[in-house]
Design a protein around this ligand. Structure first.
Ligand code: DX5
Ligand code: ZN
Length: 254
């Protein structure tokens, strides 16, 4: 099922509780929380104390996207604050496997994020460990940026690998999702849609969330039709010259 994860980065920080509750009434089912440190990305936002406050005003999963250089140091505090999902950047983790294990050990769902310039194939070995993969469709750091079209190919690729390997991770997309891009993101296979500016930007989060979700669900309906796009998934699963499966058959993707 396609779900909407409103990103509070574009919300009115003086009224976070009301803003979140409005987005929830509009159909948002996950709250996306962007944690930035001013080093990994050129912006600073919030940390565990604010996550703890958010925990008191919503029952929805808190999806913490860590755009910080030393994520391992903050995992215990995020767990204590009540975070549910924690995603760490491939580009920020010296020992990604260890970071994902640490998140899991603290009772949260681990996820990995890739920047626009990072290839999907680099994730192959850790995909069985993650609850979701977050595809950045803008460079991280700011809301309201323009969607990068080649992200669509990454979404398709992740869905194809998931089918090929029989895995269950979800594919989340973050950046530039709005009424003009949401359908293509869903058609490519995304099932968790992060939206900040498109939900909170004009001060009408409930209406905006409802409209985005309607468009997403319509596109998801199209995706399920029998003529769904087919992608050759046989030989590209590994880029190190050792494909996991040698078949070149064509299969339907999500
Ligand atoms: C950007 C953040 C996003 C941001 C998306 O670095 O990770 O979650 O809120 O904003 P929009 O939807 O406005 O592109
Ligand atoms: Zn984010």
């Amino acid at each position: 099922m396609v779900e909407l994860a409103p990103s509070i980065l574009s919300a009115d920080f003086a009224h976070l509780a009301e803003q979140i509750q409005a987005a929830e009434r509009g159909g948002g089912t996950v709250i996306h929380v962007d944690v930035m440190d001013g080093h990994f990305v050129p912006n600073i936002t919030i940390g565990p104390p604010v996550v703890a406050s958010l925990r008191k005003v919503t029952q929805l999963p808190l999806d913490c996207h860590l755009m910080i250089e030393n994520p391992d140091e903050f995992i215990p505090a995020l767990a204590e604050a009540g975070a549910n999902w924690v995603s760490v950047h491939y580009e920020a983790c010296r020992h990604l496997h260890r970071s994902l294990e640490l998140i899991e050990q603290h009772g949260m769902k681990p996820a990995v994020v890739i920047n626009p310039a990072t290839r999907v194939n680099l994730l192959i070995d850790i995909l069985p460990m993650v609850h979701h993969v977050l595809v950045m469709s803008v460079n991280p750091g700011f809301g309201g940026q323009k969607f990068i079209p080649f992200s669509l190919e990454k979404i398709r690729h992740l869905c194809a690998i998931r089918a090929e390997l029989g895995l269950e991770y979800r594919v989340e997309v973050d950046g530039g999702i709005a009424v003009d891009t949401v359908a293509q993101v869903v058609e490519a296979g995304a099932d968790l849609l992060v939206a900040g500016n498109a939900v909170f930007g004009d001060g009408h989060p409930e209406e905006n969330a409802r409209q985005l979700l309607q468009m997403a669900r319509a596109a998801a309906g199209e995706r399920l039709k029998p003529a769904a796009k087919q992608v050759n998934i046989g030989k590209n699963v590994r880029e190190n010259g050792r494909p996991i499966h040698r078949t070149t058959s064509k299969r339907k993707v999500c």
